[in-house]
Ligand binder design. Structure first.
Ligand code: NAD
Length: 350
């Protein structure tokens, strides 16, 4: 059975990838995660006792630790998701974004290169380094057009600039050293186990707590939303069958303004968990816009759809309902986070 190292597997998307691979019995998985504030080991509860799953607490910037894990585990592929991922935090304090997203990816590439160079021919041929990235590297769109794989990079926040840098490093390691890499750039994800600082869980949980629902500016920024399990399936398709050196955009063709997203959540909550008086929409509060706030992101996923046969299964209207129901049913997961390290006072990213 194949073995995959997933970095950042205690995070939102990484945990979905680990659950998907282990529950499908697709391969053995080693989750390499530093457990920063965003790492939630409880997100792996469903698979933590599986013989196919193993956890190692390590920092992707720690070359000695990563090299030792590779030498011991002998992976067939690395799916590199570990990152600092919250745009607002990158504006307040970019240093950890530079360290984890750029230096961490460089360290992972060097460890992967050393490890790959030492593999036997058959295993060397099979090895893949998959870098998981964001559509935010492409900058901001006007009213028309979609991000394609050939769209020039134009990152505008410290977060997107750090992810763009890491993408460039990965491409350089392919062209310079021949490391077998694939890259994916995905739009905004949503779904179960999403850390409560991000827009969608923040709005759901603030609404349930009768707290203000903050929206940047006029709420007219547009994001292209993808259900996290669709993203996990796309990543597995790309690491298994993507062409070496290639980039694949991942998106669900579900563009919504932030205001539409928040109003949809309020309407569904009004139905599922009515307030004693009024609508949850009464809690919406417009706040000063984020500096450098990108106007619109939208992905053209044609390459992934036509070449690898992946297609998003969940549209936003069904996916958001499933997500809200999950938060209503799983306060064991989010309540300790809301009451401990993250209270919901910060704004949500979108
Ligand atoms: P997340 O913030 O939920 O999780 C990040 C995980 O990485 C956490 O478990 C954290 O503990 C771990 N981590 C952070 N620094 C580390 C380090 N130095 N060493 C080891 N582990 C470390 O992030 P996410 O939303 O799941 O995003 C995962 C990846 O997908 C990121 O690379 C992100 O850029 C990319 N991405 C995210 C989205 C999105 O909408 N969330 C969209 C496109 C791409």
């Amino acid at each position: 059975m194949l073995k995959v190292v997933v970095t950042g597997g205690a995070g939102f998307i990484g945990s979905a990838v680990c659950r998907h691979l282990v529950k499908d019995k697709a391969c053995e998985v080693l989750n390499l995660d530093k457990l920063t504030y965003a790492g939630v080991p409880e997100s792996l509860k469903e698979i933590e006792d599986s013989p196919l799953y193993r956890f190692e607490k390590a920092d992707v910037c720690d070359k000695t630790a990563v090299a030792a894990i590779f030498a011991d585990y002998q992976p067939d592929a690395v799916m590199h998701l570990a990152a600092e991922s919250h745009v607002d935090r990158s504006i307040d304090g970019p240093a950890t974004f530079i360290e984890t997203n750029i230096v961490g990816t460089y360290t992972m590439l060097e460890c992967a290169r050393d490890y790959w160079n030492g593999l036997s021919e058959g295993k060397k041929e099979r090895f893949r380094f998959h870098h998981i990235s964001t559509d935010e590297v492409y900058g901001s769109l006007g009213d028309d057009g979609l991000f394609e794989e050939t769209t020039p990079y134009d990152p505008r926040s410290p977060y997107s600039a750090s992810k763009a840098s890491s993408d460039h490093l990965v491409k350089a390691w392919f062209h310079t050293y021949g490391l077998p890499v694939v890259i994916t750039n995905c739009s905004n994800n949503y779904g179960p186990y999403h850390f409560p600082e991000k827009l969608i869980p923040l709005v759901i949980l603030n609404a349930l707590d009768e707290k203000p629902l903050p929206i940047y500016g006029k709420g007219d920024n547009i994001r292209d939303w993808l259900y996290v399990e669709d993203h996990a399936k796309a990543l597995v398709a790309v690491v298994a069958s993507g062409e070496l050196g290639e980039t694949y955009n991942v998106g669900g063709r579900n563009e919504r303004t932030n205001l539409e997203v928040v109003e949809t959540i309020c309407s569904i909550l009004d139905e599922l968990r009515p307030r004693t008086e009024g609508s949850y929409k009464d809690l919406i509060t417009f706040v000063a816009d984020r500096p450098g706030h990108d106007a619109r992101y939208a992905i053209d996923a044609t390459k992934l759809e036509t070449e690898l046969g992946w297609k998003a299964q969940e549209n936003f209207d069904t996916g958001i309902r499933r997500t809200i129901q999950w938060y209503l049913d799983n306060d064991w997961w989010w309540r300790p986070i809301r009451e401990g390290r993250y209270s919901g006072e910060r704004l949500g990213k979108a």
